[in-house]
Design a protein around this ligand. Structure first.
Ligand SMILES: Cc1cc2nc3c(=O)[nH]c(=O)nc-3n(C[C@H](O)[C@H](O)[C@H](O)COP(=O)(O)O)c2cc1C
Length: 192
């Protein structure tokens, strides 16, 4: 199923066609070259003073890290995410060695996740960002150091038809139109 962005000018095809499905092919496996490629895309993201504060926990369906991440999911995320081929926990080093905060770390990690997402779609995978998970559980499960903050879990895999979700409410949500606020309302000042 496609849900091309309704933009005022033509966008790069990956940016126009990317969206966040929840219906994954639970038999598809992601190859190591594809997984490596999408993590390389994150690695080469820009960051404040080239600090590269992003950190990842990489899980593939069937391994114990995958099961731990699924266990940490909240609500309906626990229902659809197990069919993804991989789950990647995105975290950031938010505290510097001298104990002060790194103000740009979350922004930097978001940029890395964004480029990771584009590379994944380029490789025929889809990505769904998940903020609804138990942060304390992943800190404990993956033994994250105090200076590392978990941010999101990315579900990556092959898209399946919407009706494969089964539950009518989830199917309805899957096929619903994508919406955005108008571009004009995002521009605080400055004419286009
Ligand atoms: C930080 C973040 C957290 C999110 N958390 C969830 C989540 O817990 N569950 C979920 O189903 N979708 C989650 N989403 C996905 C958004 O709902 C989705 O990106 C948004 O509705 C736009 O849809 P689109 O990506 O298809 O354009 C999250 C997205 C982001 C960026």
């Amino acid at each position: 199923m496609k849900k091309k962005a309704d933009s005022s000018v033509e966008l790069h095809p990956i940016l126009a066609e990317r969206w966040s499905p929840r219906s994954y092919d639970g038999t598809a496996e992601i190859s190591i070259p594809d997984l490596t490629g999408i993590l390389e895309a994150a690695r080469w993201a820009p960051s404040s003073s080239n600090s590269q504060p992003w950190r990842f926990v990489v899980a593939r369906r069937g391994d114990h890290r995958f099961a731990q991440m699924v266990d940490s999911m909240a609500g309906f995320n626990k229902v659809w995410s197990p069919k993804a081929s991989a789950l990647i926990l995105v975290a950031a080093v938010t505290i510097q060695p001298d104990g002060t905060l790194r103000p740009a770390a979350l922004y930097d990690a978001g940029l890395a996740a964004s480029l990771l997402t584009v590379e994944a779609h380029h490789r025929g995978q889809v990505v769904h960002q998940i903020g609804g998970f138990d942060h304390a559980a992943v800190i404990k499960d993956f033994n994250l150091a105090p200076e590392i903050t978990p941010i999101a879990i990315l579900a990556i895999g092959k898209q399946a038809p919407a009706d494969a979700l089964g539950d009518p409410k989830m199917v309805e949500r899957e096929i619903a139109a994508r919406t955005r606020v108008p571009l004009e309302s995002l521009i605080l000042s400055g004419a286009l």
